[in-house]
Design a protein around this ligand. Structure first.
Ligand code: 13P
Ligand code: SF4
Length: 303
């Protein structure tokens, strides 16, 4: 009998001392073949810790780039180099430099959903799992958060600091309205509502928990509730249901579908492992300052 594509991938992974890392939004067949699934923070930490020499990512570009920033001695592969994050593209280093000049002395807190060049201009990075902790770790009374205006405003609601923000947003999280959540709550009055911090502030204000994608899995596991409305990208349904098979998860909107997160197929992974094409690298002059910002974030999260 011929090897399945999953078998062929596993053989190549062993031969090349490689592992597969997947974001929680990836399609089920991708998550099932991955060695590790997680949110942005967990993926970067796991990538730095593993002894594997080759890291193959089922993610969008900035997540693979962050792994390379932390582990330049490893080979970081992204089977589809065109899998990007539209929000990350909403800030360029040139535009950020101009904004920094208009806010002298104000530290820049950059969401990991950003390019290495933007991270390189930043004081510290954050993810949806640690944004409040990161902002509160800074001594300054004012911060500039880049590029997600919703994450910035949701963080501002939980800190005494003045938060200046960049006008970027996730095109999929930004479309979830409070009216949609009100209608979903009316249809499922028993359900708790989980929102991602990239959602609008008025949506996050309605949430029982506003947490990262892996934070949602932990919350659902630990909660006594058995039914949840979920305000994030539709791919989240699979890992939530897998983690809690006896609980019910209802996606508030099926429109929240990030096409870039669905680009990589198993065939792409097989091809990538065979050819070792799709390498993600960052030049040293950007990697070193970007590393400082990422390492500062990890130190805050670990402390
Ligand atoms: P998490 O870090 O919560 O997984 O979020 C990443 C992301 O891109 C959400 O849209
Ligand atoms: Fe970027 Fe939004 Fe896609 Fe997350 S869901 S990768 S923030 S575009």
């Amino acid at each position: 009998m011929e090897d399945t594509i999953q078998d062929q991938i596993k053989i190549l992974l062993q031969q090349k001392n490689a592992i597969l890392l997947s974001h929680n939004y990836q399609p089920p067949e991708i998550q099932d073949v991955a060695d590790f699934c997680g949110d942005s923070l967990e993926l970067s930490i796991r990538a730095a810790e593993t002894k594997a020499e080759v890291l193959v990512f089922f993610v969008v570009h900035f997540m693979a780039e962050t792994a390379f920033i932390l582990s330049p001695q490893k080979t970081v592969l992204l089977p589809r180099l065109d899998a990007g994050c539209p929000m990350a593209d909403m800030v360029t280093p040139e535009a950020l430099k101009a904004r920094i000049q208009s806010l002298p002395g104000v530290p820049v807190v950059t969401y990991v959903n950003s390019s290495a060049a933007v991270k390189a201009l930043s004081t510290i990075c954050c993810t949806s799992a640690n944004a409040v902790e990161v902002v509160n770790s800074l001594e300054a009374d004012e911060v500039l958060m880049v590029p997600d205006r919703n994450l910035a405003r949701n963080t501002a609601a939980q800190t005494d600091k003045t938060v200046h923000f960049w006008d970027g947003y996730c095109p999929f999280h930004d479309v979830l309205t409070s009216e949609m959540v009100t209608a979903a709550k009316a249809a499922h009055p028993e359900a708790l509502f989980l929102a991602h911090p990239e959602c609008l502030p008025e949506v996050v204000a309605m949430a029982d928990a506003a947490v990262s994608t892996s934070g949602m899995i932990r919350f659902a596991r630990e909660s006594a509730a058995t039914s949840f409305l979920v305000g994030t990208e539709v791919g989240m349904h699979y890992p939530l249901q897998k983690a809690c098979p006896d609980k019910e998860f209802i996606m508030v909107s099926q429109q929240m579908r990030c096409d870039d997160m669905k680009k990589i197929t198993l065939e792409d992974v097989l091809r990538c492992l065979q050819s070792m094409d799709g390498e993600v690298k960052v030049p040293e002059e950007l990697r070193v300052p970007a590393l400082t910002a990422v390492e500062r974030m990890i130190a805050v999260t670990a402390s």
